[in-house]
Write a protein that binds this ligand. Structure first.
Ligand SMILES: [Zn+2]
Length: 264
């Protein structure tokens, strides 16, 4: 018997990290051009992505820094109004592993307060740069989070243990291979080249009945040619059939349920 809900052979978890200019505000605050790149997300990319997801009838999860909620409130409200999930992603895209314990606690507080201002109590957390530390795990437990999306040790979601102790969190794993940023923004690959990386990975995982977790950034994937490539990949998956496209919290609930009663 398969792992996924009835009728599904594999899982495609599509997520976006809605960073906007959150990192540039502390990394390069005087660089106006660099700051402007993040604004491509609320101004152009997010409306385009929402239109695409509506057309494909897919809901997605947007890991959103508190800074983005505070500075692009209408855009985040629009995401929510389209039925997508907003989850936590720090306040200003901080490198959590490099902060003092005191500073990190402050970031968690600011992040949650900003999400609350847009009416969100997040269930999931993705660390900026996937720099997750032990302290973050305890903050997640203390603050009632249900899932993490940070680890690279699996291609199936699972119940997350740390030092052999159950954290109570579900892990929705990630991988740099399935992240748009390094391919497009660092290696400057073409949409065709990235398609040639992602498609066989998706096909292989689907054949094995496993999980394909794709991480995109609106200001990166939202360029027309790249978004067309993403649309092609999703349409092909939809046409094959049997592919579950859950949002993060729905997937985490399913994994937790399966962990409790693996035979159902
Ligand atoms: Zn990010």
């Amino acid at each position: 018997m398969g792992f996924w809900p009835k009728g599904y052979k594999s899982c495609f978890f599509l997520s976006f990290d809605y960073d906007a200019s959150s990192a540039e505000t502390w990394k390069t605050p005087g660089d106006l051009s660099s700051l402007s790149k993040g604004r491509y997300a609320p101004q152009v990319a997010v409306p385009r992505i929402l239109g695409l997801l509506d057309g494909l009838e897919i809901k997605s999860t947007f890991f959103t820094p508190g800074w983005t909620c505070d500075n692009h409130r209408d855009s985040v409200a629009e995401i929510i109004s389209h039925g997508h999930e907003v989850a936590a992603h720090s306040y200003s895209h901080e490198r959590m592993t490099e902060l003092t314990a005191e500073k990190e606690a402050e970031v968690w507080e600011r992040s949650l307060a900003a999400l609350e201002r847009v009416g969100v109590k997040p269930r999931g957390y993705r660390a900026p740069y996937w720099m997750l530390n032990e302290r973050s795990l305890s903050h997640m437990k203390r603050l009632g989070f249900q899932y993490s999306s940070n680890m690279m040790d699996e291609d199936m979601p699972y119940m997350l243990k740390h030092n052999n102790v159950d954290t109570g969190l579900v892990e929705l794993p990630v991988e740099w291979l399935l992240d748009d940023w390094p391919h497009f923004e660092m290696d400057r690959m073409s949409p065709d080249e990235v398609y040639r990386l992602w498609k066989p990975e998706w096909e292989g995982l689907h054949e094995l009945g496993r999980y394909f977790g794709l991480t995109c950034h609106p200001e990166c994937i939202g360029r027309v040619s790249r978004l067309k490539m993403l649309e092609k990949l999703i349409l092909e998956a939809e046409n094959v059939g049997g592919v579950w496209f859950p949002i993060g919290k729905e997937l985490a609930d399913w994994v937790r349920k399966k962990a409790k009663s693996p035979r159902t």
